[in-house]
Design a protein around this ligand. Structure first.
Ligand SMILES: CC(C)(COP(=O)(O)OP(=O)(O)OC[C@H]1O[C@@H](n2cnc3c(N)ncnc32)[C@H](O)[C@@H]1OP(=O)(O)O)[C@@H](O)C(=O)NCCC(=O)NCCS
Length: 175
């Protein structure tokens, strides 16, 4: 990634850049409704931006989650988007790695993602079978459900991921 790209926590001033980024990175999908809801939450969300010369070129959200019937400090990664003209230059990777370290330091033990294993395996994500998604996934998406351990847990988490309201929409968990 170019040295002129900086990763930092998102701020209210980033909203115009975020509103412009998502339609560009995801031309076939409208993720802004869930992104807006997540960023409106008073707590429980880590929003990171990649900025170059004052222009927002990447964004990722990590949402604090738990388990439906046990204590756990988990996080869900997504969405992750990089400006179309800047994809393939290490910006997405820098956002994921920066977030991974911040979450580790904050005591989160596992991060979950629903995404392409060909991309997320490079960060250590592996198929998840012990923790179920809040809504049943279509069979064709099951390999996309992955997790990454950030700390040596006594026992790996088991159960169903409990998510805050913005993620409690079955449409976000189906094609
Ligand atoms: C997916 C995305 C976030 C990756 O960020 P990026 O900055 O482009 O990626 P990086 O430069 O960190 O990594 C590049 C590598 O990822 C691979 N890659 C990029 N997008 C990929 C995808 N959707 N699936 C699988 N691999 C992908 C590239 O082939 C490249 O592989 P290589 O290192 O083996 O050459 C970005 O391309 C993007 O915003 N795409 C459109 C939105 C999207 O599909 N988001 C999915 C995540 S929710």
């Amino acid at each position: 990634m170019s040295a002129s790209v900086a990763i930092r926590q998102g701020a209210p001033d980033d909203s115009d850049g975020i509103e412009a980024l998502y339609p560009d990175a995801f031309p076939d999908e409208d993720l802004l409704p869930v992104v807006r809801k997540l960023l409106d939450m008073p707590s429980g969300v880590l929003s990171l931006v990649a900025v170059e010369d004052g222009v927002l070129v990447g964004h990722v959200i990590f949402t604090d989650c738990g388990l439906s019937d046990a204590d756990a400090r988990l996080a869900l990664l997504g969405p992750l988007g990089v400006a179309s003209a800047r994809q393939g230059q290490g910006i997405g990777s820098a956002l994921v790695r920066d977030g991974r370290e911040r979450l580790r330091q904050a005591g989160i033990t596992h991060v979950f993602v629903l995404g392409d294993p060909a991309y997320y395996a490079r960060f250590g994500f592996a198929p998840e079978t012990g923790v179920a998604t809040p809504f049943e996934l279509p069979v064709s998406w099951r390999d996309a459900w992955q997790s990454l351990a950030l700390a040596a847990a006594a026992r790996p988490p088991r159960g169903t991921l409990s998510v805050p309201e913005p993620w409690s929409d079955p449409a976000l968990w189906a094609p």
